[in-house]
Design a protein around this ligand. Structure first.
Ligand SMILES: *Cc1c(COP(=O)(O)O)cnc(C)c1O
Length: 412
């Protein structure tokens, strides 16, 4: 089995901080401060007008956060990177930047629970409509896009349904219609998935997952590839006429980011930078464990079905391999007889932890229907289609034989 070509980890490690530390510290210094001082009123004016590139206030920018953003840029090939407080801050900030009352977002109903809630409830109250459709059916997507569509949004592997849309085809359609493609790529890090190769214009990531290096912190990232012509955007049109492909970046940096205030803390940037240094190693190891467990679960009579895109029997195997290589994340789902069997399994595991979250170093199990989607009314549960006999397993770095033994004892 060959691993897909990746961004060598040395590219990330070799990328030094934008400015050398005064003391030559080899670890990223953490600037835990709210404000930065100046020698003169003139220097202060220059900094506030963005002429000197100097930091003024940590809600606007911070050296530690900036260094982390520079490294993510090296790892991903994005033109501009914006670190924010959480994955949800990344997604909500993107739509604060490009949507206005009357806009619509074309997406699948199969979304991470809080993204579903953001689109369906939060943005709706600001006059933004969400149009759910099957992103696997390009004709259906085409019918949903109109002159008020501000974006096509997709998760690269839907969680927990594990569907994989053809990103190249989606991007082609979106671009023909003058709409950007925005993708949530939380589930596969940049070392294995290059969003720009498949036409994604803006990528959002929950840094809480792989990047944090083992569930150390909550964080989010917005990666701007500057491939979209924002003159086609109703909201960014006039700005784009002046600033070209940097319109999104300028709108975010100059207005939305500072006004929403959902910044990444410098302490978080330190932790997530450290996580970034080992992300490829952890991802491959967890991916290998996940593939092996998926095969193992397939062979167990009590398991009704297993969903993992890395299994050759999976309906998305080919497209997944093309887009993500051998390891489409380290999360799988499987179904048991019923909800009671799921609860009994969850109650019996000993090594696997009962917790939400993805891509901790530890394996985590959750029953999504009763937890992440638990507060949805039956009407909305019908839209998200999360079955109640399904469990989600995020596979960690434990010895895979220990995980198999834990699964076997929990089933019996
Ligand atoms: C966890 C997650 C989010 C939200 O990220 P937070 O950092 O928890 O805000 C968004 N999308 C996906 C696919 C996720 O798994």
């Amino acid at each position: 089995m060959t691993d897909k070509e990746i961004c060598p980890i040395t590219d990330i490690l070799a990328k030094s901080f934008p400015q050398k530390d005064a003391h030559g510290s080899i670890s990223m210094p953490v600037y835990i401060t709210a404000a930065f001082e100046f020698e003169t009123a003139e220097a202060m004016e220059d900094a506030f007008l963005g002429k000197s590139g100097k930091h003024t206030y940590t809600r606007i920018s911070n050296p530690t956060v900036e260094a982390f953003e520079a490294r993510v840029q090296a790892a991903s090939g994005a033109k501009h990177v914006m670190a924010v407080a959480s994955g949800m801050a990344a997604i909500s900030s993107v739509f604060m930047t490009i949507a206005s009352a009357g806009s619509n977002i074309v997406t699948s109903p199969h979304l991470f629970g809080n993204t579903f809630s953001l689109f369906l409830f939060t943005l709706k109250e600001f006059g933004v409509e969400v149009r759910f459709c099957n992103l696997l059916d390009i004709k259906e997507v085409e019918k949903q896009i109109d002159e008020n569509t501000c974006a096509v949004f997709t998760e690269i592997i839907t969680n927990p349904h594990m569907e994989v849309a053809d990103l190249t085809a989606l991007a082609k359609l979106a671009h023909q219609k003058g709409v950007p493609l925005i993708a949530d790529s939380t589930i596969v890090p940049w070392t294995a998935f290059k969003a720009s190769d498949f036409g994604v214009d803006i990528e959002v990531v929950s840094g809480t997952k792989y990047i944090s290096g083992g569930a150390t912190s909550i964080g989010g990232l917005i990666l701007d590839y500057q491939t979209f012509d924002w003159r086609q955007s109703k909201k960014l049109n006039s700005l784009a006429k002046k600033t070209g492909e940097r319109a999104f970046q300028i709108k975010f940096r100059g207005e939305i980011g500072r006004n929403m205030g959902a910044v990444m803390a410098p302490q978080t940037a330190f932790l997530q930078n450290l996580g970034l240094e080992t992300v490829d190693l952890r991802f491959r190891e967890a991916g290998r464990n996940c593939l092996e467990l998926a095969r193992f679960l397939q062979g167990l009579p009590k398991i009704k079905s297993v969903n993992y895109n890395g299994l050759p029997s999976d309906p998305f195997y080919e497209i997944s391999k093309k887009q993500f290589g051998d390891y489409p994340g380290a999360m799988l789902t499987f179904s048991l007889e019923d909800r009671a069997a799921c609860f009994a399994f969850v109650n019996r595991v000993k090594i696997i932890r009962r917790a939400t979250n993805l891509f901790d170093n530890k394996s985590l199990i959750i029953h999504p229907e009763s937890t992440i989607y638990g507060t949805l009314t039956p009407e909305y549960k019908k839209i998200v289609e999360v079955p109640d006999n399904m469990l989600r397993l995020s596979v960690g770095l434990e010895n895979v034989e220990d995980l198999k033994a834990d699964i076997l004892q929990a089933l019996n």
